[in-house]
Design a protein around this ligand. Structure first.
Ligand code: AMP
Length: 114
């Protein structure tokens, strides 16, 4: 998608702090971190959010899930703990309309998920 910031990051048109990459996904540091470790994982192919998950192949879907634990390991928070979250739609305040999973950790996280 031409006007999608995450597609631009995947293309390399916008710089990012890359944490992990494979054939299907790219993971990079969030520009506005909400935790000591805050990484965003995106599928390389554009889909808007979880509602469009079926537009990705099963291989791409699995790559997204597996990338969560890979990122946690790379960032050294595998044992200390981490949270994954994906905001979907207006009420979740999704601000970038390209499916992404947040990986948060590196310190005690709030128990308040809402
Ligand atoms: P969400 O609010 O769930 O849609 O999350 C979008 C996330 O993308 C926010 O946490 C932003 O800080 C992050 N973000 C937006 N633009 C960039 C960028 N250029 N590089 C890294 N993270 C970004």
């Amino acid at each position: 998608m031409a006007d999608c910031v995450f597609c631009a990051i995947v293309r390399g048109d916008i710089p990012s702090s890359k944490v992990y990459e494979d054939e299907h996904v790219l993971a990079f540091r969030d520009i506005n971190p909400l935790a000591p470790v805050h990484v965003v994982i995106v599928p390389k192919r554009h889909v808007a959010n979880l509602n469009e998950l079926d537009n990705l192949s099963e291989e791409e879907q699995l790559a997204l899930l597996h990338a969560c634990k890979k990122v946690a390991k790379i960032c050294g928070i595998e044992e200390s703990g981490y949270r994954i979250a994906s905001n979907c739609g207006r009420d979740a305040a999704q601000s970038v309309q390209h499916l992404h999973v947040h990986v948060l950790g590196g310190g005690q996280l709030s128990v308040n998920m809402a």
